[in-house]
Every structure is written in C-alpha cells, then in structure tokens.
Ligand binder design. Structure first.
Ligand code: NAD
Length: 282
C-alpha cells in the first residue's frame, strides 16, 4: 500500500511531532484532538519547530509553508474517514485509547491500518478493541519526534506481516529507521534501558561508586551520550518506577524489582529534573 493520507489522534507532545515529520515528508495529515486548545498548542509547536529548521538552513522557507498547509487540525473525527493509516497518540490510558480505537474502527475503511504510539500498554490488547487486529500495529516513536531517528514497529498477536511491513515502510518514508519488535512489556528499547538504569541505582545505593563516577563510567567506558543516573533524572523517577513495577508484575521475574533507593526518592517527591531534585540538584 502506498500511504499518502494519514491521520494522527492526539495533538500533544508526540502527536504534533508525528504530524510534523509526516507533513515535511510530503504526506497529507489530519490531526485530531478533543480539545481546541491542544490543537492550537500543537500547531504552534509545529510552526516554531519548522521555523527553527529554516533558521538552521535544514528546510527551505517554501517547504516550511507547504508542510504547514498539509496539516489539517480539527476536533472532528469524521475528517479521518479517508485516511489510509491513523496513528493514535492520545493520553496513555487504556479506557481513553479503547474508546478512540473503537471510534476509528467504525469510521475507517476495512483496509486502513490503525497504529498506536503507546509506551506501556499491550498492542495485542489494544488491537482486540477493534474488529481488525490483523490491520493493527504498534508504532512507538521517541521524544522529540523530529529529532529521534527510531521507531519500534510492534506486532501484536494478530498483526499481519503485510501490516507490519506497511508500517515499517511508512516509518522509512518519513525519514525514520524502524526496528521490528514483538509485543512485550517495554518492547525492545525500554526493556533494556530501564533495567540498566535500575542497576545503576543499585550500584549507587551499595556505595560501589558516586553518582558522578557511575555516570562518567558509562559515558566514557560505553560511549553513552548521557550517564544512567542523569538520564533517570531526565525521564522522571516516578515514570521510571512505574515502568519497573510494570515489568516486575508482567514478567513475574525478581530481576526487574525496582531499586529501593528509587522508591525512596519517589516517596520523598524527588522526581528528577521536573521537581528540581533527583540524583542531582537542578
Ligand atoms: P500528551 O499528554 O502530551 O498528549 C495527549 C493528547 O491526547 C492531549 O492533547 C489530549 O487532549 C489528547 N486526547 C485525549 N483524549 C483524546 C481523545 N479522546 N481524542 C483525541 N485526543 C485526545 O501525551 P504524549 O506525551 O504526547 O503521549 C501520547 C502517547 O504517546 C502516549 O500513549 C504515550 O505513552 C506515548 N509516548 C510518549 C512518549 C513521551 O516521551 N512523552 C514517548 C513515546 C510514546
């Protein structure tokens, strides 16, 4: 399938970023949100981000104008009716997503693909909310979407090979590199990343090394662009704890137990950068 018209549901942090990269790549995009203010904020962010690209001479002024004109922002789901692919990037909540997916399923032609950008919910379970689980796939983008090169393409239990391949081809069309992953908690990247950060917290708590030395060690010894504890502060310690709790519960394997120091910091309200204190002071 040659995908030319897409829809994005949710104009937040991720949704407007996805709309932006698709429009720059030449696709027609319908961006839907329940809130007019969210659409306004999303489109303002797209406009600012494109203007920066022009300033850095990575985009012509003409391409900026054309890209903006390709995005139609609306609160009307009906505007999605002729989309070949709709990417759901709404609030991370099972009930909210289930309702949206049922609405999309009723509206879209049978052959259209529905994708979800969920970070933590099961692609298989979300697919089951629709009557087309074979035409349903996970497309997990990374934040900020215009900057980060990766998309994880996640097959649920019933996702067809053709749907997986179409999602992968689409990700490449919009300039991303796609990796293929099967549905499982954390998919591939967070499954590996979060336990590594959790292990760094155990090492700190055991007094193996200071926070600064652990971070310097992983930067200089492994070529990571940022140390695991600084990264934990950036992601948010509350978010990290909730991911590790999900892993623990879903896999039932004690190797995923959250580090007690992580729990302690969250209990104290030290969430990292967003609260001004985590492993470091901000
Ligand atoms: P966000 O809160 O910035 O945006 C969510 C948007 O969804 C809001 O604008 C909200 O108004 C809208 N929305 C809620 N209900 C809706 C409905 N019924 N119909 C249409 N729009 C609706 O959230 P975000 O950070 O952009 O996350 C969106 C999705 O992307 C989540 O599933 C999240 O797990 C996933 N994700 C987030 C990140 C990240 O770093 N933030 C990274 C990868 C994936």
């Amino acid at each position: 399938m040659n995908i030319e018209r897409i829809g994005v549901v949710g104009a937040g942090l991720m949704g407007h970023g996805i709309a932006q990269v698709a429009a720059v790549a030449g696709l027609e995009v319908v961006l839907v949100d329940i809130a007019d203010e969210a659409l306004q904020r999303g489109m303002d962010s797209v406009a600012r981000s494109l203007a920066k690209l022009v300033q850095k001479e990575r985009l012509s002024d003409e391409a900026r104008t054309t890209a903006l004109s390709r995005i139609r922002a609306t609160t009307e789901y009906a505007a999605l009716a002729d989309a070949q692919l709709v990417i759901e990037a709404a609030t991370e909540n099972l009930a909210v997503k289930t309702k949206i997916l049922q609405q999309l399923d009723a509206l879209l032609p049978a052959e259209a693909i529905i994708a979800t950008n969920t970070s933590s919910l099961s692609v298989t379970e979300l697919a089951a909310a629709t009557s087309r689980p074979e035409n349903f796939v996970g497309m997990h983008f990374f934040n900020p979407v215009p900057v980060m090169a990766l998309v994880e393409i996640i097959s649920g239990l019933s996702t067809s090979e053709a749907t997986h391949a179409a999602a992968k081809a689409f990700a490449e069309t919009i300039g991303k590199t796609a990796i293929s992953v099967k549905n499982a908690p954390g998919f591939a990247v967070n499954r590996i990343l979060c336990p590594m950060i959790n292990e760094a917290i155990f090492a700190l708590a055991e007094g193996i090394a200071s926070a600064e030395d652990i971070d310097a060690g992983m930067k200089l010894g492994c070529n990571h662009p940022i140390g695991p504890l600084a990264l934990a502060d950036l992601v948010g310690l509350d978010t990290l704890l909730s991911i590790m709790e999900t892993f623990s519960q879903e896999f039932g394997d004690p190797k995923y137990r959250p580090a007690p120091l992580l729990r302690e910091l969250v209990a104290a309200g030290h969430y990292g950068r967003k609260s001004g204190r985590g492993f470091y002071q901000y």
